[in-house]
Ligand binder design. Structure first.
Ligand SMILES: Cc1cc2nc3c(=O)[nH]c(=O)nc-3n(C[C@H](O)[C@H](O)[C@H](O)COP(=O)(O)OP(=O)(O)OC[C@H]3O[C@@H](n4cnc5c(N)ncnc54)[C@H](O)[C@@H]3O)c2cc1C
Length: 381
């Protein structure tokens, strides 16, 4: 069976759903395709930065209301930063941000897509092959279903088929991170409003996190640069358990907590190099476009915003009946303009400082004495 669309969005994570919701009232024929059946989990820290929430609200006030009304989440007001064994510094944030399990967040976005009725949603459809047919694309699924579309938005995450087949993408370990995370319940001495970040010689270049997700549960994980993992043959899973075991602060919180499910890992394609994220008839968004902040691993906000930007460019291109590489180039320009300078500076900072733990410890000690240094640190976070 062949289904024909103007825009085909591959992947219904935050990037794909944001693109779909941005196209909901465009009058275009839009399909949102995902290999998973929802609700489905995604290995993540589950923290959604305030700016991502603001953009989501602009794209879809209803999706925002679904999020606000969803009970099982934590509203974050501050970050507690533990550097070495110094007293933690607390940074308070103006914008509302949330920590919500991705199984819930992604599902509520998809529910909103389905409720708009203007988008055809195809869960359980894994795209295997993308072929050019004249000016259009033909996409074939593992289950035999075929799709035909003018334009593709690749939102299929870190292992994107669209990025590989259309943009020739392959993993670059110099611009990649590895990460593991697990849920714990029965966690003690935490505040739902405060996310906890641990910078320590055993976890740099990277960090350990403990993000409350409501009640006495928390998302707990560790992330590191792939270059370091490969060079030092780091076993992230073992490092995760050892770090908890040897850290007295974490022992007081997690010592008697119960692991829910298992410890799971996933990759993070960092935006520390300018990747090709558009071409004839396609644009990449979110992780498929390697849009993850190299300093902290955040990608949900960038996925939502790039999804919106790609949708806006798709509307313009289809109105002009021109979806060539040149016609879609403003999308890549807009993404680079919005983030590239910031991400390049953060990547530089990670390269220079992140493994010099003595410098970081000195910053932790001085930060506790100096409000000016704390303000400066807050700007970098
Ligand atoms: C351990 C870890 C912790 C993280 N913590 C945070 C955090 O706290 N905050 C933050 O902002 N970011 C965090 N990130 C990054 C964040 O998870 C990603 O940036 C975000 O999920 C990107 O969203 P996306 O929509 O681009 O891709 P995804 O969320 O990966 O969604 C991609 C979708 O595409 C579908 N798909 C894949 N292949 C196909 C196919 N062939 N056909 C059809 N569908 C397909 C998948 O099923 C999936 O639903 C973390 C990442 C990791 C690994």
């Amino acid at each position: 069976m062949l289904s024909v669309y103007d825009v085909i969005i591959v992947g219904a994570g935050p990037g794909g759903s944001a693109a779909a919701l941005s196209l909901a009232h465009s009058g275009l024929r839009v399909a949102l395709i995902d290999k998973a059946i929802f609700p489905r989990d995604k290995v993540c820290g589950d923290f959604i930065a305030g700016h991502g929430i603001r953009v989501l609200r602009e794209i879809s006030p209803n999706a925002y209301i679904r999020l606000i009304n969803f009970p099982q989440k934590a509203e974050n007001k501050s970050t507690l930063l533990f550097i070495g064994n110094t007293k933690p510094m607390e940074f308070f944030w103006k914008n509302k941000s949330y920590t919500i399990r991705r199984v819930d967040f992604d599902n509520l976005l998809v529910e909103e897509v389905v409720a708009t009725k203007n988008i055809d949603f195809y869960p359980g459809h894994a795209i295997k092959q993308i072929k050019r047919v004249g000016r259009d694309f033909e996409l074939s699924c593992q289950n035999g279903q075929m799709f035909n579309g003018h334009l593709i938005i690749g939102a299929d995450g870190a292992h994107s088929v669209v990025a590989r087949q259309l943009a020739g993408y392959s993993v670059d370990r110099e611009h990649y991170g590895g990460s593991v995370r697990a849920y714990f319940k029965g966690v003690k001495n935490i505040r739902a409003s405060a996310n906890e970040v641990y910078v320590h010689k055993d976890v740099v270049p990277g960090y350990f996190w403990l993000f409350p997700v409501g009640d006495d549960s928390a998302n707990v994980g560790i992330g590191m640069h792939s270059r370091h993992i490969t060079k030092h043959k780091v076993d992230l899973k073992a490092r995760f358990y050892d770090f908890i075991e040897q850290n007295p602060v974490l022992q007081s919180k997690l010592g008697e907590a119960q692991l829910e499910g298992s410890l799971q890992g996933f990759g993070l394609p960092f935006y520390s190099k300018e990747f090709k994220i558009h071409g004839d008839g396609y644009m990449l968004v979110g992780d498929a476009a390697s849009l993850i902040d190299p300093s902290n691993g955040e990608g949900i906000m960038l996925a939502i915003q790039s999804g919106k930007m790609a949708a806006e460019q798709a509307i313009k291109a289809l109105k002009q009946d021109n979806w060539s590489e040149a016609a879609l180039a403003p999308y890549q320009k807009a993404v680079n303009k919005r983030w590239w300078k910031e991400m390049r500076a953060k990547a530089w900072m990670v390269n220079v400082f992140a493994h010099r733990y003595r410098v970081l410890y000195a910053v932790g000690w001085l930060g506790n004495q100096s409000p000016t240094l704390r303000r400066w640190l807050q700007k970098l976070m």
